[in-house]
Design a protein around this ligand. Structure first.
Ligand code: MN
Ligand code: MN
Length: 465
């Protein structure tokens, strides 16, 4: 009796049953493949749709042209190639609300500017503008890859991935040698590398060996790009090209318990919810896996969570159900329950001072429930209702999910936000629930395999509960 009075959050590894580790490791091998096949929001969106189609999902457009759907149907709605909503239609009307896990598939990186290519100091370089909250000094002197789309003058979209195959070249941003870095090293860390110096090396051989010719090195780069992709310099103005770290996701630790990779934030929660939603059959209430873009830059624009995309899709489905009143969509949103699947900062023994040790998530203790985010007095936070938290706790305990609670950092140390508040503003019950991680927003981030697995278990239990 006396033992039940206190609550400790044990290591999730300790809670694994026989054979459990192999299941976890196999699951994470699939996750690593998912990461390697999707290093941009477009690639992740394509991968999600591919996996959904393999499981029998049909497109939203097909449903609209058919004019009807029924309980048990699986539908995917794509948002401009950068976001997806996966629906498993329930027996209840959509008006009764949905169970949604929402995550984001954009990730901090460097985007090429509209006129990126130039020559300076016998080198050809690409100008970038960083996307999301990065520490700029982390992006120099590491191998980089180029991913994205560019349109040629015929209006054809060309997909580009350079730097991922081991036979590919990579790209690179230089840093100053320590010998000459006295002034740089005296600067604050945030100023040592500035945004305008994040210029990516792309070549150094002059066209036809004619060094004297104006911008011959830039010209040679354009010639090579033209030969391979049929593009010209003007086409950079109609492109979305992203610089990300080159290379694949890797196991970390002699026990292989962790994964280092680009873009865990937030593809780890995206993958967990994808796997969970793909396993749901014939639910009572409609189940949704929602994958959005632009979270890292404020969720704005027509592919961000603030856009009307998701509601428009649900409104169209309601219309096919015969619910034509505009109240239908409002009811559907207000009656919904949402896990906002996003990463949170785990306790880092190298930086213990930024966390409240008693209220921080720990790597290896499972999926994290975060009642509120925000900063400086919970500002801008969705503060989940205790009633909903109670429901979630019951579901997780019932399903043997290893879960913990935690805040992102100490009071007044900083803070963060997710898409939680956006759905909560529509009246849905929402709580942040995702994977703890280390080195968030670094080019290569770190998670624990057991935390990913429990994130998946949590989402699946939520969908089933
Ligand atoms: Mn995130
Ligand atoms: Mn983030």
């Amino acid at each position: 009796m006396i033992d039940n009075l206190t609550k400790k959050f044990p290591s999730a590894w300790e809670q694994l049953r026989d054979g459990g580790k192999e299941t976890v490791f196999n699951f994470c091998n699939e996750y690593k493949d998912f990461l390697d096949s999707g290093k941009t929001e477009r690639e992740s969106s394509d991968e999600i749709i591919k996996q959904a189609k393999d499981k029998g999902y049909i497109s939203f457009e097909d449903v609209i042209s058919k004019g009807s759907f029924k309980a048990g149907d699986k539908i995917y709605a794509e948002n401009k190639g950068k976001g997806v909503a996966l629906f498993v239609i329930g027996q209840d009307s959509l008006e009764k609300g949905m169970k949604i896990v929402g995550s984001h598939i954009d990730t901090p990186r460097l985007d090429l500017k509209a006129q990126p290519l130039y020559q300076d100091g016998e080198l050809a370089l690409l100008k970038t503008h960083y996307y999301g909250g990065i520490k700029k000094y982390q992006w120099v002197a590491i191998p980089l890859a180029l991913h994205g789309v560019i349109f040629n003058k015929k209006g054809e979209k060309i997909n580009i991935v350079i730097g991922e195959d081991e036979n590919d070249p990579v790209f690179y941003i230089t840093d100053l040698l320590p010998h000459l870095a006295k002034e740089q090293m005296d600067k604050k860390m945030g100023e040592g590398i500035i945004g305008e110096s994040l210029n990516v090396l792309i070549g150094s051989i002059p066209y036809n060996g004619e060094k004297e010719k104006d911008d011959a090195i830039k010209l040679n780069v354009l010639k090579l790009l033209n030969e391979k992709y049929g593009i010209v310099e003007e086409d950079f103005t109609v492109a979305e090209l992203e610089i990300v770290p080159a290379g694949k996701a890797r196991d970390v630790g002699i026990d292989r318990s962790m994964v280092a990779a680009h873009g865990h934030d937030d593809r780890v929660c995206a993958f967990a919810s994808l796997k969970a939603v793909l396993e749901i059959e014939e639910p009572k209430q409609t189940v949704v896996g929602l994958f959005v873009d632009k979270e890292e830059v404020g969720s704005l624009g027509n592919t961000g969570m603030e856009s009307m995309f998701f509601e428009n899709v649900v409104a169209e489905l309601l219309n096919l159900e015969g619910v034509t009143s505009h109240l239908g969509i409002r009811r559907a949103m207000a009656n919904s329950k949402v896990l906002s699947g996003d990463v949170t900062a785990g306790f880092d023994p190298n930086y213990p001072d930024v966390s409240d040790k008693r209220n921080t998530p720990y790597i290896g203790k499972g999926v994290t429930i975060t009642k509120y985010t925000g900063s400086r007095g919970k500002s801008s936070s969705n503060d989940a209702n205790a009633e909903f938290l109670s429901e979630i706790r019951d579901i997780f305990n019932e399903a043997d999910v290893s879960w913990q609670v935690g805040e992102l950092g100490k009071v007044d140390e900083g803070g963060g936000g997710t898409i939680a508040y956006i759905l909560a503003n529509k009246g849905a019950e929402v709580v942040d629930c995702g994977t703890p991680m280390l080195s968030m927003h670094a080019p290569i981030e770190l998670i624990s395999k057991i935390d990913l697995y429990n994130t998946y278990k949590a989402y699946k239990a939520f969908y089933q509960g």
